[in-house]
Design a protein around this ligand. Structure first.
Ligand code: ZN
Length: 409
């Protein structure tokens, strides 16, 4: 590996200090692949230096997961065992800082029956969700990335030094260089995003209007009182602020489900279930996707939209200026990066957290207030070079939000 020790340390420190923001006396739960054990050690040390009481590790291993799906039966894999529940209960009690280091091979599960994958995920999800709901809003967490060889090869298949290239891309997008002070840079970045989100919340837009010469011509209604959010979040238990995603460039909200009209044209390919959908557009009527056209992956796109009742409706609209550092690179095959390239929308599940007191609402209540529900949440990029977005206030006045793919002001 050609990346310097200095850069690795800076990155680890950034994740611990700015990302999850470990407070003295807190417990940490780190989820990381066994392949990244050396980087895990750096993270663990930074956590202790920040005053962590104890750092625990959940080791993951792509090849092990794959073998489980190949050889163990669905029922066995779907069962959450008593010791696992005990461990989850402990998590609810400790409210640890959670650090997720993603490095997955995007094709790790290719060839495994998708029905088996989704059944196991759904069965386990049902149980694990109860514990997750119990810590929602009451703990700090961060997702950051580390380039594995297989992931890098997927992004740069023809490259001799794919891992170095992916490193360069990751470090650029998380604003870490040999010379800079990334902690300071993130402070300014996160303040900028918070200021924009506060402005959007002040405006109280009732709807958004999208236009581009590529054919995007679209209007979507917003939920009255729903918040725009971005970059940082606050642990309601101890007041510590943290940055859940690194990188992050987006300001997002969940629109009013079932209230949009017009066509959105994608500007980047979409990787879905390890397959590509490219050069596509989706047309909405009465809030639902009624038709779609893709040069590549037409069938897959149709299947995705018909996955369930909510899959044809939007769960997210997000604003990302075209100058985003992610935008200069190709597909990362990881949502953490790809959704931060430019403006996007997502089909499927919305975020109840954007509603007033949303953390304490059930999904049922959130749905009644206009949040979409679905088993999918798929982001697709619509941030064209010339994209303009107007916000329309309840009194009908239109205010420019984006011009030529960037903030109007
Ligand atoms: Zn998003």
């Amino acid at each position: 590996m050609s990346i310097s020790e200095n850069l690795l340390r800076k990155y680890a420190e950034l994740i611990v200090r700015t990302g999850v923001n470990v407070q003295p006396g807190q417990t940490v739960l780190l989820t990381v692949s066994v392949e990244q054990h050396a980087f895990a050690a750096l993270i663990i040390e930074e956590c202790y230096k920040a005053g962590a009481k104890k750092v625990n590790v959940d080791w993951t291993f792509d090849a092990y997961s794959r073998l489980n799906y190949l050889y163990a039966d669905t029922e066995t894999l779907s069962t959450v065992l008593p010791w696992e529940k005990e461990k989850l209960s402990q998590m609810v009690e400790d409210l640890p800082c959670r650090i997720f280091i993603v490095s997955d091979d995007p094709d790790a599960m290719s060839g495994i029956d998708p029905a088996k994958l989704s059944e196991v995920a759904q069965c386990r999800g049902k149980v694990v969700k109860l514990y997750r709901n119990a810590i929602e809003g009451k703990h700090q967490w961060v997702i950051a990335a580390y380039p594995s060889e297989k992931w890098a090869k997927k992004c740069y298949p023809d490259s001799e030094n794919a891992v170095d290239q992916l490193w360069r891309a990751i470090l650029t997008t998380v604003r870490v260089t040999e010379e800079n002070d990334p902690v300071e840079e993130w402070k300014a970045h996160s303040e900028f995003i918070s200021k924009k989100a506060a402005w959007l919340n002040d405006q109280g837009f009732a709807s958004l209007r999208y236009r581009s010469v590529n054919g995007t011509d679209f209007t979507v209604e917003l939920i009255p009182g729903a918040k725009w959010e971005g970059a940082s979040a606050v642990n309601s238990k101890n007041g510590a602020s943290y940055i859940p995603n690194m990188p992050t460039e987006e300001i997002f909200t969940s629109p009013l489900a079932g209230k949009c009209e017009g066509t959105l044209v994608a500007v980047k390919p979409l990787s879905y279930n390890s397959q590509l959908i490219d050069n596509f557009s989706i047309t909405f009527k009465d809030g639902r996707a009624v038709s779609c056209r893709a040069e590549k992956g037409q069938e897959l796109l149709e299947k995705m939209i018909h996955m369930d009742e909510g899959a044809a409706m939007l769960g997210e609209v997000a604003l990302v200026p075209k100058e985003s550092p992610v935008n200069q690179f190709g597909l990362f095959y990881a949502t953490l990066f790809d959704e931060n390239a430019c403006c996007h929308c997502a089909l499927g599940m919305g975020f109840k957290e954007v509603l007033p007191d949303g953390d304490n609402l059930t999904m049922e209540q959130a749905r009644e207030m206009g949040i979409n529900d679905s088993i999918i949440h798929v982001d697709f990029m619509i941030g064209a070079e010339d994209l303009s977005i107007d916000g329309v206030r309840p009194d009908g006045k239109a205010v420019p939000i984006f011009r030529n793919g960037s903030w109007a002001e």
